[in-house]
Design a protein around this ligand. Sequence first.
Ligand SMILES: [Zn+2]
Length: 123
Amino acid sequence: MSSKITECELEQRLLAVAEERRHGFLQTLQQLDAALATALQQLPADEWPDYSPLSAWPQLQPQLNALKQVDAALCQWRLGLYGLCSDCEAELTPEQLLQDPCRQRCDPCEQKHNKAQHVSWQL
Ligand SMILES: [Zn+2]
């Protein structure tokens, strides 16, 4: 890699985004159901998206999806697969990852993916 962005910086950024999203999620939940927020804090953060009482709050879905993305990225990091496109396994650039640490696809695959989603919405 010819870039000046180091792996260490990328890891810091990924962990910061994970922390930020989890914190934001807890704050939102606290306003909806403080007891549930307290219960959730007893669980490891990577189990939050699967915690079934949360399904009582459909408005939390977008934030839960964001947490899942973060968990997936952290998992890839541990496996040494971080920064690979999930469709074609091309290496994402450090610049792309710094901008969006949870990015899963390279540009061409992202475009294909968005197009596919767009088509299914029209059906
Ligand atoms: Zn790709």
